[in-house]
Ligand binder design. Structure first.
Ligand SMILES: Nc1ncnc2c1ncn2[C@@H]1O[C@H](COP(=O)(O)OP(=O)(O)OP(=O)(O)O)[C@@H](O)[C@H]1O
Ligand SMILES: [Mg+2]
Length: 212
């Protein structure tokens, strides 16, 4: 089983939104996916309550020590991808999620303040020697601010592709208990999330090539 953790101490950057979008895109690709929700805010559990579909499963954890056991149980059930959504505020839970992750995704909005706020999480990821990538999220239509942000993030580490634009479909899908690729199958937001899942799955599958 692969573990993908959505992390950054910056609130509202899109951790839960991208976690949901990627989970559903992966399921649509035939993967067995489950969530470990390590955020007392419960964004993913609340989304799941609105969802008339038993999949993906959501397991909530309140204590860092519970994360490893939750992931092991999911693996024993045959889950291929465990996605851990973390809180901006609960550092201990997020640190444990990072330590367990095959890949950490850090959503960052293209503003200097957001990029600055991601640095402590980046330092923690590097200290724990984990693989990571930034995801530029909630981007405006192309402009020079965007390319400046991309250049800065590229200089700090890997930047996932494509960028994820600011689009209402993400908010509406979350509200409807759907992944964005279920909510507006033909929309640009779906296209971007599917492509982002393609990028992420390639990063995860790289392990298979290296160790296989
Ligand atoms: N690409 C996007 N386009 C439009 N809205 C977005 C996008 N990504 C996230 N949002 C919206 O931004 C808000 C914050 O997103 P989200 O809750 O996913 O952030 P978060 O990082 O999980 O926040 P927290 O740190 O509080 O857990 C939500 O209202 C969400 O719908
Ligand atoms: Mg969240």
């Amino acid at each position: 089983m692969y573990v993908l953790a959505l992390v950054t101490q910056k609130g509202g950057s899109g951790k839960s939104t991208l976690a949901v979008g990627l989970a559903v895109a992966a399921m649509e690709n035939g993967e067995r996916v489950a969530f470990v929700e390590a955020d007392p805010q419960g964004t993913i559990s609340k989304w799941k309550e609105r969802r008339g579909n038993p999949y993906p499963r959501v397991v909530r954890v309140a204590d860092p020590a519970e994360i490893e056991g939750a992931l092991s149980r999911l693996e024993a059930e045959g889950i291929w991808l465990g996605i851990v959504d973390t809180a901006a505020t609960n550092n201990a839970l997020a640190m444990r999620a990072i330590a367990m992750a095959d890949l950490c995704l850090m959503p960052v909005r293209p503003s200097p303040a957001d990029m600055e706020a991601a640095i402590p999480t980046l330092i923690a990821i590097r200290r724990l020697n984990r693989r990571f990538a930034f995801v530029l999220n909630q981007t405006p239509p192309r402009g020079c601010r965007l390319s400046e942000a991309a250049t800065s993030l590229n200089s700090l580490g890997v930047l996932a592709l494509p960028y994820v634009g600011q689009r209402n479909d993400h908010q509406d899908a979350l509200g409807a208990g759907l992944g964005v690729t279920e909510f507006a199958q033909e929309g640009r937001a779906s296209e971007e999330v599917r492509a982002l899942w393609g990028w992420v799955s390639k990063q995860l599958n790289r392990d298979v090539v290296v160790h296989g």
